[in-house]
Ligand binder design. Structure first.
Ligand code: TXA
Ligand code: MG
Length: 311
């Protein structure tokens, strides 16, 4: 399957593969028509850049300019892993794959399947999450198959459910002050000891990454974030049948449906997108998400995804 994936990628086709964060829809980062077909399959706006996945630091340096001491330190600590670094782009990386920008986000994914394909392919592979634009990211091969059931002959490599479950941290190193464009499992507190202070614009509601505008990662019915203390009255007033992502302590009475969420941040992240899909599938009239109390560490990224699901 690894060789078949590499063969297809060389032929300009796209292949869905697991990473440790979410499943991606991969293609050759240097092939304009392959990149265009990924945008078309997703219905993704052409201005929204893709992350280039690389095998190692050496390949990252062949993809970017200015892979400096900060990038080296971060890579040594977090690669392979859920950190994408935005740096000036080398011309080999096609402009259509980065929305015409002068930069490219690079990361080494921590999953044996995609690493084996990167090795066999021998170059950078661009991939967005393998979902239609604006929809919930896939964390299993079944989710990918469901998103693209209308596409014939899409090769989907099965690497089981994703470990992390939410997308990578996107860190922009191309500007004077490094900025987290999208929070992920690697948080501010992990990054600053290595490279000093970083700007966290999503906390100030200013969005710098085009794909991080509100209303993203969203289920198809009305989705709303509620405080635990307001849940009971909210449900009492709701005329239909709500699906609720709630914690063990939250009371959800019939006809509403409770989808119980873990209290551990890593487990919550791992479960989140699958839970949103389940909520969507039970044909509820609304999806409610009980806001977690904690706001530190991985919860920062979880709150970001919850806010966007509910936007
Ligand atoms: O975990 C992940 O990052 C997954 C797996 C497949 O690697 N990929 C992923 O890709 O989430 P996507 O396309 O769904 O989200 C990439 C995000 C978008 O918000 C995009 O705007 C931002 O990264 N991004 C990518 N390249 C950028 C660049 N050159 N400058 C600014 N933002 C960039
Ligand atoms: Mg995405």
């Amino acid at each position: 399957m690894i060789q078949e994936a590499a063969r297809r990628l060389k032929a300009g086709l796209c292949v869905a593969m697991p990473t440790e964060t979410v499943y991606g829809l991969f293609c050759d980062s240097t092939n304009e028509s392959a990149l265009a077909s990924v945008y078309a399959m997703k219905g993704r706006p052409s201005s929204n850049p893709l992350i280039a996945h690389v095998l190692d630091v050496a390949m990252a340096k062949r993809t970017t300019f200015g892979f400096d001491a900060r990038a080296e330190k971060l890579a040594a600590k977090f690669w392979p892993g859920p950190l994408a670094m935005v740096l000036p782009r080398r011309p080999e990386i096609a402009a259509v794959g980065v929305g015409g920008r002068g930069t490219v986000a690079v990361r080494v994914p921590a999953h044996p399947v995609v690493l084996a394909v990167l090795q066999a392919f021998g170059g950078a592979l661009s991939a967005p999450s393998a979902n239609r634009s604006g929809k919930v990211s896939p964390t299993t091969p079944q989710h990918v198959a469901h998103e693209f059931s209308h596409i014939e002959d899409l090769l989907i490599l099965d690497g089981g459910p994703c470990d992390i479950g939410i997308e990578s941290t996107v860190l922009d190193l191309s500007r004077a002050r490094p900025m987290v464009l999208r929070p992920g499992a690697i948080g501010e507190e992990d990054i600053t000891p290595l490279i000093g202070p970083v700007v966290m614009p999503h906390l100030t509601k200013q969005d710098a990454s085009p794909g991080t505008m509100a209303k993203h990662y969203a289920p198809s019915v009305v989705c709303e974030v509620v405080q635990s203390s307001a849940l009971e009255s909210k449900l009492a007033k709701h005329a239909g049948r709500a699906a609720v992502l709630a914690f063990a302590n939250d009371e959800v009475a019939a006809p509403h449906i409770k989808i119980e969420m873990p209290i551990d941040a890593y487990e919550y992240a791992q479960r989140f997108y699958a839970a949103l899909r389940e909520a969507d599938a039970c044909e509820a009239t609304a999806v409610l998400i009980v806001a977690p109390q904690e706001r530190n560490g991985v919860w920062v990224a979880i709150h970001d995804r919850i806010r966007r699901a509910g936007a």
